[in-house]
Design a protein around this ligand. Structure first.
Ligand code: GDP
Ligand code: MG
Length: 298
């Protein structure tokens, strides 16, 4: 595989299969909870979701909000609410205080569909919900939180052939216990890069050095963000080489000269790149939103 540039490998067959699995889950529910990464409020959303959902109601959760500035995120919540017409909540699964709000919103969103069913003479039943999102945005963590207080498996529904398990999270809501995984498509290189920053793209698909360099390039555009990186690594210029030298991560090599072999010392950029990505993903460097809100204002 080519590793000299960001090159996300994807296989049309796998994508088609993943989309079928996702559609199957979507068909079963009244309401969809789409999980986004708060560090990428727009880039971690799914372009095709409207097409997949039709008019099915959706609640958006900007998860990992502990990794971004609260006030900065507020502007995004407002913008996304305006642009999608969907309710949006900033959440994090470390302190999960939003459970009552989520339950209230899901119930409100599902009510028209339940009412329509009852108008046809069917009995009231709990709203059916699925959690969907790109890899690593926190779908499983959210399902765990939502189902923590109950272990009531309600079992497969009649007519559902696959072994989809439902969990009754309160008397009015049944949640599918496995998430719908949104397949990553290589539709937009910038978006793909950003998703690599937050680990939503398989690490085999790219070179960590290239991605770390792209991350430094992107934060360099924002003065405040750049300063946070410089302060953290105690450098005055944001390059992998400078950071590696500062940390004393040196790679020993050998150069063949006419006079003989001579030792060479170079910054170990590969090792350094891995640390930068880990520090960033763990939230150690600071709080960053890597989409630019100005790009999305109409
Ligand atoms: N900082 C932070 N990390 C989170 C949060 N939610 C999930 N994670 C971490 O993100 C990673 C992916 O979470 P997971 O639930 O497996 O994501 P999934 O792939 O969408 O199911 C794990 O390492 C989680 O611990 C959050 O709110 N804040
Ligand atoms: Mg998961």
């Amino acid at each position: 595989m080519k590793k000299d540039k960001l090159h996300i490998h994807w296989y049309p067959g796998h994508i088609a299969k993943a989309e079928r699995a996702l559609k199957e889950k979507l068909n079963l529910v009244d309401v969809v909870i789409e999980v986004l990464d708060a560090r990428l409020p727009m880039s971690s959303s799914y372009n095709d979701i409207k097409k997949l959902l039709g008019d099915k109601p959706r609640l958006l959760l900007l998860n990992k909000s502990d990794l971004v500035e609260k006030d900065e995120l507020k502007s995004w919540v407002k913008l996304i609410e305006e642009q999608t017409g969907c309710p949006v909540l900033a959440v994090d699964t470390k302190s999960f205080k939003c459970m009552p709000q989520i339950e209230k919103i899901v119930q409100k969103l599902s009510e028209p569909r339940i009412q329509a069913m009852m108008a046809k003479g069917l009995l009231r039943r709990p709203a059916r919900v699925v959690v969907v999102g790109l890899p690593n945005v926190g779908k499983s963590s959210i399902i765990n939180k939502l189902t923590r207080s109950t272990k009531t498996k309600v079992g497969a529904k009649a007519g559902v052939t696959r072994q989809q398990q439902w969990v009754r999270i309160n008397p009015n809501i049944d949640l599918l216990d496995t998430p719908g995984i949104i397949p990553m498509k290589q539709e937009d290189q910038m978006k793909a890069k950003k998703l690599a920053f937050v680990n939503s793209v398989s690490e085999n698909a790219y070179s960590t050095e290239i991605v770390a360099k792209e991350l430094l390039d992107i934060v360099s555009v924002n003065e405040k963000y750049a300063q946070a990186f410089k302060d953290f690594y105690k450098v005055d210029e944001l390059t992998i080489e400078k950071i590696a030298l500062k940390r004393n991560w040196i790679k020993k090599g050998k150069i063949q000269l006419e006079e003989g072999v001579q030792s060479s010392f170079e910054p170990d950029t590969e090792r350094c790149a891995h640390y930068i990505m880990k520090d960033f993903r763990d939230g150690k460097i600071g709080k960053f939103i890597l989409d630019n809100i100005e790009d999305y204002k109409i």
